[in-house]
Design a protein around this ligand. Structure first.
Ligand SMILES: [Zn+2]
Length: 268
């Protein structure tokens, strides 16, 4: 990397939010998967836009430098768990480089970033199945920004423990409800006279509270905020129930019941 580009990068590096630094609210760019978990995230944005091989490598190197800076700046390790993030796009060689650069540090947890950015299920599977088993087994493994049911299943079976995703609430706001058989677009006219709950097997505030698809459609059509709220609550509970069933499948070492109850786990 030449001196000129290094200078430009240094300027880009300067305002980076430093995980763990006492920089006040917003110092951590991304909420972690639980209280006290901080993740240095700036490298994710760089790689999300990186298509060409050279830029992927640059982004990996930049992420590695930021991780080093985060570790040196970390002042509250007892309160905030600093996760390293493995980058590299869909290039497994770059992933290996980033795995080595990230895992050389003994950290409370490790994340896989730069997936679910439009590469498709098969590429996501390829990257996650490559990276997850190579992360330290004794530390939580966190897949960032995922996702749909079948992506979650692939990741869990590869060894991932933690997830975050906007999908349940973003789709909820738009009136798209997740069910074990696939999504329902509740604004659709076919739900105008449908008295059923979103999912008869769900115990959320919408399904368990007696709100019909028809009434939810009315709320959404009328612009009543209760509609997006209820669908979002349902979607969150949907993924919670799904992950609980995956946990049971792991404990029982029996996946057939999961696949029978959740056809979306294999859909696509
Ligand atoms: Zn529900």
């Amino acid at each position: 990397m030449g001196g000129a580009s290094r200078g430009a990068e240094d300027r880009e590096d300067a305002p980076m939010p430093v995980a763990g630094a006492s920089a006040g609210p917003g110092a951590l760019a991304r909420p972690g998967p639980g209280p006290g978990v901080g993740v240095g995230t700036a490298g994710v944005a760089m790689l999300d836009a990186a298509t060409y091989r050279r830029r992927v490598r640059q982004a990996c190197e930049r992420s590695a430098r930021w991780l080093d800076r985060c570790i040196r700046a970390h002042r509250r390790p007892d309160e905030q768990a600093l996760f390293g993030i493995v980058q590299g796009g869909t290039d497994l060689q770059q992933r290996d480089w980033s795995l080595q650069a990230t895992c050389q540090f003994d950290l409370p947890g490790y994340a896989i970033g730069g997936v679910a950015v439009g590469e498709g299920h098969e590429q996501l599977r390829r990257v996650v199945e490559h990276c997850a088993p190579r992360l330290p087994e004794a530390r939580p493994r966190y897949l960032m920004g995922v996702g749909y049911e079948r992506d979650l299943l692939v990741a869990v079976r590869a060894g991932v423990d933690l997830f975050d995703c906007v999908l349940p609430t973003r789709n909820g706001r738009n009136g798209n409800a997740f069910t074990p058989a696939g999504q329902l677009r509740l604004r659709n006219a076919r739900f105008r006279d449908d008295p059923a709950p979103i999912d008869p097997g769900c115990d959320c505030a919408a399904c368990g509270g007696g709100f019909s698809r028809s009434y939810l459609r009315h709320l959404l059509s009328a612009g009543e905020m209760l509609g997006p709220v209820l669908v979002s609550l349902h979607n969150l509970r949907h993924f919670q129930r799904y992950l609980l069933d995956i946990r049971a499948a792991i404990e029982d070492n029996n996946w057939s019941l999961l696949f029978a109850r959740w056809p979306v786990a294999l859909a696509g």
